[in-house]
Ligand binder design. Structure first.
Ligand SMILES: Nc1ncnc2c1ncn2[C@@H]1O[C@H](COP(=O)(O)OP(=O)(O)OP(=O)(O)O)[C@@H](O)[C@H]1O
Ligand SMILES: [Mg+2]
Length: 373
């Protein structure tokens, strides 16, 4: 993208190199923000990427736009969802070690109407993430909104970067081996995030394996890694006075999510905290079974099947099977009541194995990589 007001490129080549961010001075940015205290090294810069500009407000005085050289590299694509492209960006200045972030950008759409829908969804996600602060929810770092051309605006959301990819990729990679203990360990973290959302009256509405990120906790050996998990993708999240149950009436509330992971009441324009419990129950089912719960040839068939059929029993120890069963009941009033109840049951399993009361469940939460012989 060419910007006539571009003035300077710092810390890297620019022009033909699409993988290098260009630092420019530009007065056209409408709104920008960086979270104070989260990264004091971010400065008053505006950054042009292959298809967007990222602006970060100066928060502390050590770097100013004339004094110090800094560079941002547009490194690689981390993910590509229905709405956004997520890229790894690396920030370096003279006084700091390189730091990496994830930048979610609105995709280029063919018409202004769908471009605006994408823009509003990302703005909305940003507003939601600003209100959240939990160890198992991806952290908001900043945003930039700017005029892209005469008619369209662009939005960039800056997030903490999670190094382990997403859970869908992990589940589908047959070289990655994890234990039932690891599933319970991750599940306890995810239900604690869900309980945090419930207490704040948020309903996520799009919980699925690809919206769970893996963050590396420690490398135990070259092929043994310990991960924590974090919820991401809050584009469809809503906040209401209470999350017990309500009918979706407005266009903002209109059923959203992913057919194969939607809870049955959402098809009837109803949603509640227990809809998220259902979706997280399906994630656990998928983590254990490592196959699709509905294998249908089309989205429409999936929709029809999911409305009528409950997921089958999972093949695992009784206490975990019962938890998943209680989370995935078709009628929401038959499901586990809240995330805290589920989290507590998961914690009990973890405690039992830590005390060696469950010898079949060895207390290690690692993922090992096994290559083909
Ligand atoms: N902070 C992050 N760190 C690392 N990878 C990320 C991060 N955020 C997102 N990703 C990757 O990008 C993918 C898409 O991100 P996200 O779900 O936010 O986009 P989306 O367009 O809203 O997706 P959807 O298709 O679900 O609507 C994720 O599944 C994950 O693989
Ligand atoms: Mg997603």
């Amino acid at each position: 993208m060419h910007n006539p007001q571009s003035q300077q490129s710092v810390g890297g080549s620019f022009g033909g190199h699409v993988n290098t961010l260009q630092i420019i001075r530009d007065k056209q940015v409408d709104r920008y923000e960086i979270v104070p205290g989260k990264d004091p090294k971010f400065s008053d810069v505006i950054l042009e990427t292959p298809n967007c500009i990222l602006s970060c407000k100066k928060v502390q005085g050590t770097i100013n736009k004339h004094g110090e050289a800094y560079s941002l590299k547009w490194k690689e694509e981390l993910g590509n969802g229905g709405n956004g492209e997520i890229w790894k960006v690396e920030f370096t200045s003279q006084s700091s070690l390189p730091r990496e972030y994830a930048a979610k950008n609105t995709k280029t759409r063919e018409d202004i109407y769908s471009q605006n829908i994408a823009l509003n969804e990302l703005r909305h996600e940003c507003e939601i993430l600003k209100q959240l602060d939990h160890a198992h929810i991806v952290k908001y770092m900043g945003f930039a909104e700017f005029q892209h051309d005469q008619i369209s605006k662009r939005f960039v959301l800056l997030l903490e970067k999670c190094d382990g990819g997403d859970l869908l990729t992990m589940i589908n990679d047959r070289h990655k081996i994890y234990s039932v203990y690891t599933v319970v360990y991750w599940a306890e973290q995810l239900f604690s995030a869900l309980e945090y959302l419930r207490k704040g009256n948020f309903i996520h509405r799009d919980i699925k394996a690809e919206n769970v990120l893996l963050s590396i906790k420690q490398f135990l050996s070259p092929n043994k890694i310990e991960y924590d998990v974090k919820l991401c993708d809050f584009a469809f999240t809503i906040r209401r006075e209470n999350t017990t149950f309500f009918l979706m009436k407005t266009s903002e509330e209109f059923p959203k999510g992913t057919y194969a992971s939607m809870s049955p009441e959402v098809y009837n324009c109803m949603v509640c905290h227990r809809s998220d419990i259902f979706c997280l129950g399906l994630v656990l089912w998928f983590l254990i079974e490592r196959r699709k719960f509905y294998s249908c040839p089309s989205e429409w068939k999936t929709y029809q099947t999911a409305k009528q059929q409950e997921p089958s029993f999972v093949n695992c120890r009784d206490d975990l099977r019962n938890i998943i069963y209680d989370c995935t009941r078709k009628k929401f009033y038959n499901r586990a009541q809240d995330a805290e109840e589920v989290r507590h049951r998961l914690e009990t399993i973890l405690q039992q194995s830590a005390l060696n009361l469950s010898p079949d469940l060895k207390a290690t939460s690692t993922v090992s990589v096994q290559m083909d012989a």
